[in-house]
Design a protein around this ligand. Structure first.
Ligand SMILES: *[C@@H]1O[C@H](CO)[C@@H](O)[C@H](O)[C@H]1NC(C)=O
Ligand SMILES: *[C@@H]1O[C@H](CO)[C@@H](O)[C@H](O)[C@H]1NC(C)=O
Ligand SMILES: *[C@@H]1O[C@H](CO)[C@@H](O)[C@H](O)[C@H]1NC(C)=O
Ligand SMILES: *[C@@H]1O[C@H](CO)[C@@H](O)[C@H](O)[C@H]1NC(C)=O
Ligand SMILES: *[C@@H]1O[C@H](CO)[C@@H](O)[C@H](O)[C@H]1NC(C)=O
Ligand SMILES: *[C@@H]1O[C@H](CO)[C@@H](O)[C@H](O)[C@H]1NC(C)=O
Length: 300
């Protein structure tokens, strides 16, 4: 019988996992921020709350400030102009350049390890700021940034720089920014880069590998920042560590069938009604059925 009790221990472990389920689906609801819908895998990031628990991808928390959706990528803030859930794309505008006709790009965008990549709709502009010497042939420079002094700044489509001049050595700073190709007229970059930057750039997002099991079980991946662990929010309101299907939870009924070597087969394990009343059918290889009624069991 001691072997039997060790199975009971395993059982109680499964029940413990299952009973962690709480009603968490409101976390996965969609919200409007201005005209942008924020829904999974994005989530509403409330700066005043500490976001200990959220339904969505890490780093995909969108702040909603005065009806403007704002995303932070490695410390820099971007307006979220649009999220296209059918195409898995989002359009961002750097807040620092917004509404400026002659913006001075400060940083190259860093996507870090987030499941984001530049869309094929984008191209990169490369800026060389405060060049102390000028290229031997005349190249149009950014007049609106050349306010007082002779240091010039230049912009090119990346890899289309005039060759035979060491730009990064002759200029104080190099910054690369993405814009959408359709906004670029390469013949008038120095006049048009500001409008293109205000139009933003497009990122594609990808599924997070660790969320695959959860999402394919129709769950929503989330994160518990306190415990630093992934969560899977299921449609029935329960929360699991990995997948919505593993434990066969339907409503308040949680159950599973399992086989432990050739000693026992567990069938119809579950609880229904008050969570203190657990029942399980234990079938031995000889076909004897035990029904477990927590915490005792009876033989039938
Ligand atoms: C953000 O969190 C704070 C503190 O929990 C709360 O008072 C406030 O209503 C929340 N704001 C939004 C927009 O949910
Ligand atoms: C060029 O350098 C000066 C002095 O450091 C600075 O004030 C100015 O903003 C710089 N211009 C650009 C376009 O970076
Ligand atoms: C020109 O650029 C250099 C750095 O490349 C900077 O030290 C200097 O202050 C700049 N001069 C002006 C007038 O902006
Ligand atoms: C370049 O673009 C600017 C801003 O759109 C415009 O004012 C200017 O006339 C254009 N220049 C040329 C040569 O097309
Ligand atoms: C999140 O983690 C904390 C700390 O481990 C735990 O107390 C809490 O119950 C967890 N929340 C969920 C929904 O798993
Ligand atoms: C377990 O197996 C029994 C018998 O095959 C079946 O009736 C029951 O629905 C199964 N339970 C679960 C939770 O899959």
């Amino acid at each position: 019988m001691s072997q039997f009790f060790s199975y009971l221990l395993i059982l109680s472990f499964f029940f413990f996992i299952n009973s962690l389920g709480t009603n968490s689906t409101p976390l996965c609801q969609s919200h409007y921020c201005g005209s942008v819908i924020i829904r999974y895998p994005f989530w509403v990031h409330n700066e005043s709350a500490s976001d200990q628990l959220y339904c969505g991808y890490k780093g995909f928390g969108v702040m909603c400030k005065n009806d403007e959706a704002v995303l932070e990528l490695s410390g820099d803030r971007y307006y979220v102009k649009d999220i296209n859930y059918a195409d898995y794309t989002l359009t961002l505008v750097n807040i620092d350049v917004s509404n400026q006709m002659c913006p001075r790009a400060r940083h190259s965008v860093s996507l870090e390890t987030l499941p984001l990549k530049y869309s094929s709709m984008d191209l990169n502009l490369i800026f060389y700021f405060n060049c102390t010497s000028d290229p031997p042939i005349t190249v149009p420079y950014i007049r609106c940034l050349n306010i007082n002094g002779r240091n010039r700044s230049y912009v090119f489509v990346e890899n289309h720089e005039m060759e035979g001049f060491d730009w990064s050595k002759n200029c104080e700073e190099t910054v690369v920014v993405a814009v959408t190709q359709s906004q670029i007229n390469e013949g008038n970059l120095t006049g048009g880069f500001g409008a293109a930057m205000n139009d933003g750039f497009v990122l594609d997002w990808e599924r997070v590998k660790d969320c695959g099991t959860c999402e394919s079980s129709e769950g929503y991946c989330g994160y518990n920042a306190t415990a630093e662990e992934f969560l899977c929010f299921c449609n029935d309101g329960s929360t699991h560590s990995n997948s919505c299907k593993a434990s066969n939870c339907y409503g308040f009924y949680c159950g599973f069938n399992a086989s432990f070597g050739n000693a026992f087969r567990l069938s119809n394990v579950g609880f229904d009604g008050p969570p203190t009343v657990y029942t399980a059918g234990l079938v031995t290889v000889r076909g004897i059925v035990y029904y477990i009624k927590w915490p005792t069991f009876i033989r039938q």
